[in-house]
Design a protein around this ligand. Structure first.
Ligand SMILES: Cc1cc2nc3c(=O)[nH]c(=O)nc-3n(C[C@H](O)[C@H](O)[C@H](O)COP(=O)(O)O)c2cc1C
Length: 320
């Protein structure tokens, strides 16, 4: 096994950044990676868009040099389109894993039969996984699922994933009906772990060292995946792994500026409006946050924006 894939032997639990469309792009993933995320995953890419040569989608595949290993997530509902999408990814170097999205609850995605819709048609889901496995020249194939569509049938889903050749599985412990709010069913994740031989990664509402430790113990999972807990706090991976509570204000300042710079580098001027939502989450709990948010909402000039957030995060403290 190549050295950069050692973590994927799952000898020790791994810490994974969840794919979050609109958030976990290259700039965000590269700052998260600095704090010890073992695996980073691209935002979900539409297999149709890939096959149609969408420039935006191809841009989304790019990875930061730090991202080793790197996973690209695809969504789709047609075996032939998936096969062609994987053939396109085969020409892209630096990708280690192709992940299939079987969890997205968004109506636009579900309406196309993709994402969590695949949980309603397990033979099709299995056929798609098998197609990825057989077509891909990458080291691994993985699948991200929910526990069911309306009701839980998590064991049946997970067994189909395993039997179709996936190398590991990530489980968001809710059904599609549970959206992002229902209580996460960690018992169901444990049941999947007990039923499968492939590694299982637990996902859902993990946002502290204590919670991460508890989820790993309770589910027996081979890793944990963190999504929303990392938004506005890319340093969470350091905290989750080491149990340290606070990150130094100066380190936060430095990383926020690095994130901003990478956004402008990656997206050009388009990066400015895209960074607003990050500014909002980074400034949560800071004195003067609402004034800052109003200010950045009207700024379009990169150096003006940079100067403002530089001053703000250099000088302000979180109110406890
Ligand atoms: C804004 C947003 C975007 C998301 N985008 C994706 C995606 O592209 N692919 C995917 O598999 N899951 C996606 N998810 C689901 C997350 O990966 C994760 O399963 C879910 O948020 C639960 O984990 P968390 O509580 O740690 O956030 C998204 C979730 C949110 C909130």
């Amino acid at each position: 096994m190549p050295k950069h894939l050692e973590k994927l032997s799952f000898k020790n639990p791994i810490y994974v950044l969840a794919p979050l469309a609109g958030y976990t792009d290259l700039p965000f993933r590269s700052v998260v990676k600095k704090f010890g995320a073992d695996l980073t995953v691209s935002e979900m890419l539409s297999s149709n868009a890939l096959v149609h040569g969408s420039k935006k989608t191809l841009h989304m595949i790019q990875k930061s040099p730090l991202e080793e290993p790197y996973s690209v997530q695809i969504a789709g509902a047609e075996v032939d389109v998936i096969r062609r999408a994987v053939e396109i990814l085969n020409d892209e170097i630096g990708i280690d894993i192709i992940d299939l999205n079987c969890g997205c609850p968004v109506p636009k995605v579900v309406g196309h039969g993709s994402g969590s819709s695949l949980l309603l048609n397990l033979p099709l889901m299995g056929g798609i996984i098998r197609t990825i496995k057989d077509t891909s020249n990458k080291s691994m194939t993985s699948v991200k699922i929910r526990l069911g569509f309306e009701k839980k049938n998590h064991i049946e889903i997970a067994k189909m994933v395993e039997d179709s050749g996936a190398d590991f599985i990530a489980v968001h412990g809710r059904t599609r009906a549970g959206k992002f709010k229902a209580a996460v069913d960690y018992d169901a994740i444990r049941e999947i772990k007990e039923a499968l031989s492939i590694p299982v990664i637990a996902n859902g509402d993990i946002d502290s060292f204590e919670k991460a430790k508890w989820v790993l113990e309770h589910t027996g999972a081979d890793g944990i995946m963190i999504g929303r807990g990392a938004v506005g706090a890319p340093w969470i991976f350091h905290q989750l792994k080491n149990g340290s509570q606070e990150i130094d204000k100066n380190i936060k300042h430095e990383i926020i500026m690095e994130h901003f710079d990478k956004m402008v580098e990656f997206y050009g001027l388009q990066g400015i409006p895209m960074f607003r939502k990050h500014t909002h989450t980074y400034s949560k709990g800071y004195r003067g946050a609402s004034v800052l948010r109003n200010d950045v909402n009207r700024i379009t000039n990169p150096s003006e924006y940079r100067g403002l957030i530089d001053e703000f995060f250099k000088n302000n403290e979180i109110l406890v």
